[in-house]
Design a protein around this ligand. Structure first.
Ligand SMILES: [Fe+2]
Length: 387
């Protein structure tokens, strides 16, 4: 049983013990001894789960927030349905407001914010040689297989699938199993070989160090899928580095460097092919909880910027540390992609690169948006574990 299922089952078991008014707020207590939680009457009326106030299918708000009196107060509070529901009658209306216990519990615990997913950080030793993988047939033909594959990508930042059709069309079908193809300046489904079709180092045969794509985009591509369609030659292994593992290592060993890498927004740009893109990201992005949310690093595409002299010096020290660690072989895994094996990875976490090669190497792939990947996972998990 995975972590999400365990947590969901635990949440379902949450029951309300009591509810009372404390200083004008509604205080509820739980059956499993967790700390009590207080909710303002206005917030409760705004989040009423009765059908007159919330569309149960779309979870869209039906209540007119702006007609709720600022001084609204409960007339009665009642724990019903064996602790599964809080019912409130308000002093200004006769309709009953209802609140599921697990809804209140989740809000009390998370404040309505998304939690970062369960992740396993890795380096070369801990990853070993058995990379996360699901057979292509399972991914394509069953939702359970797709869920397993995407869950691995979420947990490890990448996963493979084997037995795919070694073609652009086969790769596109796999992308579309997850979400729609993201259009970028490189097109939708892209392919490249050493032909300099675009003004980008990916279109040559030299080694490419670990980086993330789209640092020059406000919404860097969330995920990337690769398939090697043809290879005649030597070298050219694909490399991956867990950027969150490196970030976590820096956080533990060099807090000052971590502060600079997570606070300084680094501009990046892409000029050529008729566009001039520009965006800014910290190299290490954090969410509202301080958890790692995005690594954005491509030294080739960094745009000029300057900090006050002393801070600039400190920033360069942190940048050098980050660059040294992501290029340290102890953090890198490599794989020789061949037709039929598809790599799908989190471009907000996993840095990718490739060794230099000689010969002909023909790759194809596509980007998928972060929000579409996350949406697909939610839908699959909800279907696998219906309420
Ligand atoms: Fe790249």
């Amino acid at each position: 049983m995975n972590q999400h299922k365990l947590e969901k089952d635990k949440d379902r078991g949450v029951l309300l013990n009591s509810a009372k008014l404390v200083d004008g707020r509604v205080e509820v207590n739980w059956n499993h001894g967790a700390s009590s939680a207080q909710f303002s009457p206005f917030w409760l009326r705004d989040h009423c789960h009765a059908s007159h106030s919330l569309n149960a299918d779309t979870l869209q708000r039906q209540v007119d927030t702006f007609s709720i009196p600022q001084e609204i107060a409960p007339a009665t509070l009642e724990i019903a349905d064996g602790g599964r529901t809080l019912n409130i009658v308000w002093d200004n209306e006769e309709r009953l407001s209802t609140f599921p216990a697990d809804f209140l519990w989740n809000i009390a615990r998370e404040e309505g914010r998304a939690r970062s997913p369960c992740r396993t950080l890795w380096d070369r030793d801990t990853m070993g040689e058995n990379f996360p993988s699901v057979p292509h047939k399972e991914v394509m033909e069953s939702d359970a297989g797709l869920l397993r594959w995407l869950s691995l990508v979420e947990e490890f930042g990448f996963a493979l699938t084997t037995g795919a059709e070694g073609s652009m069309a086969g790769t596109e079908a796999l992308v579309k199993r997850v979400a729609y193809v993201r259009e970028t300046i490189f097109g939708g489904m892209w392919e490249f070989s050493a032909n300099m079709a675009f003004k980008d180092t990916a279109y040559t045969s030299v080694a490419i160090g670990p980086h993330t794509d789209g640092t020059y985009s406000n919404d860097s591509p969330g995920f990337q899928m690769f398939q090697c369609l043809q290879f005649d030659g030597s070298g050219g292994d694909s490399t991956l580095v867990d950027g969150f593992k490196v970030a976590d290592t820096i956080r533990q060993n060099d807090p000052k460097a971590f502060e600079l890498l997570s606070e300084v927004k680094v501009p990046a740009h892409y000029l050529g092919d008729g566009v001039h893109l520009r965006a800014e990201h910290p190299i290490i992005g954090l969410d509202h909880n301080g958890d790692l949310s995005q690594v954005a690093y491509n030294n080739y595409d960094r745009a000029p910027f300057r900090l006050p002299a002393a801070r600039m010096t400190e920033f360069y020290r942190a940048l050098v540390l980050f660059h040294r660690l992501i290029n340290d072989p102890t953090y890198e895994i490599s794989m020789r992609l061949r037709p039929g094996t598809v790599l799908f990875f989190d471009n907000w976490r996993t840095l990718h690169g490739r060794h230099s090669f000689e010969g002909h190497r023909h790759m194809c792939g596509a980007y998928v948006n972060m929000e579409d990947f996350q949406s697909k996972l939610r839908v699959l998990r909800s279907a696998a574990n219906p309420r």
